[in-house]
Design a binder for this molecule. Structure first.
Ligand SMILES: NC(=O)c1ccc[n+]([C@@H]2O[C@H](COP(=O)([O-])OP(=O)(O)OC[C@H]3O[C@@H](n4cnc5c(N)ncnc54)[C@H](O)[C@@H]3O)[C@@H](O)[C@H]2O)c1
Ligand SMILES: [Zn+2]
Length: 388
C-alpha cells in the first residue's frame, strides 16, 4: 500500500534594496549611519573590512573608518580595528584570502545576525566579503562601500556574491550566494585614487546597460568622453548614477532578482568576457573583458542579421576613445574562447540563452548561435589581443 501527503505552501519575502550616492560619506555624510543602523536600541556591532589595494592607494582609510565609528557610536560600534584583506581577483581565489579570515573575525568578535559587516573595496573584494557575510550565521547584515567605478555602477549593486574554486581555471564564482545587501553607499570621492584602467573599467558596464536598456545613457557617455578621460568626477558620477539606477530597477522591477529564469540581459557580452578573464588567468580586468565581449556580440549580431548595421562601429569608436580595446596579452588562443558559450550555458543550466542587441537600448534573447559567425567575430575582435 502506498500513501502520499502533499504539504506545499507558498511564501514571499519583501526586500528593500538601498543604494545611496554620497560624497565624503566617511567624514560628513549620513548614508552610512542610515544603512548601518538597526531597529535595536543598542548600537549595531560592526566589523569593517577593507580592500588592501584601496588601503595602499588611500593610506588614511582605516583611520577614517575608525573616526567615523567614534563619531557615530550611538549608531554602530566596531568589534575590532578595521581588517585589511587582499583585494583584486586574488580575493576570490577560494575561501582563504578573504572569506575564512573574515568568518574567523566574526566568530572572535561574537557577532550575531543583528550585526553588520561593512565591506569597503573593489568588486572582487566585495564579492568575497559579501559571501562571508551571507554565510556567517546564515546571513549577517552586509553594508557595501564600493570603491571602483565598476563596483559603484555594477558589481557592488548586484544581489549576488561569490569566489572561485582555488587553483582551477573557472568556472567563475562557483561558490556564491544570492544576497541583498542591507545598504550600498557609493562615495564618488573614493574613486580619485584609481589607476586609469580601473577608472575607465566601469564605463564598459555603463555602455553595456545602455545598449541593453537605455540609448540615452549611451548618448550621455558619448557626450562626456573628454570629461571622463580628464577624470572629471562630476561626469563620472552622472554616468554611474544612471548606470546604478538601471541596475537597481532591473533587480527590483525586472521580475527575476535571483536569476531563476534563463534570460540575463545584464550579462550581455559576458560569455566571452568571463572566458577571457579565466583563460588569461585574470590578467584581463573585468571591464576590459566586457568591452571585448560586447564587441564580439555586436559583430556576431550584425552578421546574424539581429543587430542594426553600424551599431558595432558606433560602440567600437566610443570604447576606443575611452581607452578600451587596446589590451595585449603574451599568449591566448582566440578560438579557445568559444568554450565560453558552453560554460555560459552550464552556469545558467537549461537552454543556451544569449542577450543580443537589436538597436542601442533594445535587446533580445537568442537560443541558437551561428557558430561560424561567432568564431569569425571572436577572431575579428580578439585576434590581435596576443603580442605586445
Ligand atoms: N557580484 C556582481 O554582481 C558582479 C558584477 C560585476 C562584476 N563583478 C566582479 O567584480 C570584479 C571586478 O571588480 P572591479 O572592477 O572593481 O575590480 P577589482 O575589485 O579587482 O579592483 C581593481 C583594483 O583596484 C584596487 N582598488 C579598489 N578600490 C580602489 C581605489 N579607490 N583606489 C585605488 N585602488 C583601488 C583593488 O585592490 C584592485 O587591485 C570581478 O571579479 C567581477 O566578476 C561582480
Ligand atoms: Zn560584468
Amino acid at each position: 500500500m502506498t500513501s502520499q501527503h502533499t504539504l506545499d505552501g507558498e511564501f514571499t519575502v519583501a526586500y528593500r534594496h538601498r543604494v545611496r550616492f554620497e560624497r565624503d560619506a566617511l567624514t560628513s555624510g549620513t548614508a552610512l549611519a542610515e544603512c548601518l543602523a538597526t531597529p535595536d536600541a543598542e548600537p549595531a556591532r560592526t566589523i569593517a573590512v577593507l580592500d588592501a589595494g584601496l588601503v595602499d592607494a588611500a593610506g588614511n582609510l582605516p583611520a577614517l573608518v575608525k573616526g567615523w565609528f567614534e563619531k557615530n557610536a550611538r549608531v554602530a560600534t566596531l568589534s575590532a580595528d578595521p581588517m585589511v584583506l587582499p583585494g583584486s581577483e586574488a580575493a576570490k581565489d577560494g575561501l582563504a584570502p578573504v572569506v575564512e579570515p573574515l568568518l574567523a573575525s566574526i566568530a572572535r568578535g561574537a557577532l550575531c545576525r543583528r550585526s553588520n559587516v561593512l565591506a569597503i573595496g573593489g568588486g572582487a573584494f566585495l564579492d568575497a566579503a559579501s559571501l562571508a557575510a551571507s554565510l556567517a550565521h546564515r546571513g549577517l547584515r552586509c553594508v557595501r562601500m564600493p570603491t571602483t567605478t565598476l563596483a559603484q555602477g555594477d558589481a557592488g549593486i548586484g544581489v549576488k556574491n561569490g569566489v572561485n574554486l582555488p587553483g582551477l581555471p573557472g568556472p567563475k564564482n562557483l561558490m556564491g550566494t544570492f544576497d541583498v545587501p542591507s545598504g550600498v553607499v557609493n562615495d564618488p570621492t573614493l574613486l580619485a585614487t584609481l589607476d586609469d584602467v580601473h577608472w575607465r573599467s566601469g564605463l564598459a558596464e555603463s555602455i553595456k546597460v545602455a545598449l541593453v536598456k537605455d540609448v540615452g545613457l549611451l548618448g550621455l557617455v558619448e557626450s562626456s568622453t573628454d570629461a571622463l578621460l580628464a577624470r572629471d568626477l562630476d561626469a563620472m558620477e552622472a554616468v554611474l548614477i544612471r548606470t546604478a539606477e538601471l541596475h537597481v530597477r532591473h533587480i527590483t522591477e525586472g521580475g527575476d532578482p535571483f536569476e531563476a529564469q534563463l534570460a540575463r540581459p545584464l550579462d550581455f557580452g559576458h560569455w566571452i568576457a568571463h572566458e577571457l578573464e579565466v583563460q588569461s588567468h585574470w590578467l584581463v580586468p573585468h571591464g576590459e573583458a566586457v568591452a571585448l565581449g560586447m564587441m564580439v556580440d555586436l559583430h556576431l549580431g550584425e552578421s546574424m542579421g539581429i543587430t542594426a548595421e553600424g551599431t558595432a562601429d558606433r560602440v567600437d569608436r566610443l570604447l576606443r576613445q575611452l581607452g578600451f580595446l587596446s589590451w595585449r596579452l603574451d599568449s591566448l588562443e582566440p578560438s579557445a574562447l568559444m568554450s565560453g558559450l558552453e560554460h555560459f550555458r552550464q552556469h545558467l543550466g537549461g537552454q543556451l540563452t544569449i542577450c543580443m542587441i537589436e538597436t542601442p537600448g533594445r535587446a533580445v534573447d537568442i537560443h541558437a548561435v551561428d557558430l561560424d559567425a561567432a568564431r569569425a567575430a571572436v577572431e575579428c575582435v580578439c585576434g590581435n589581443l596576443v603580442g605586445r
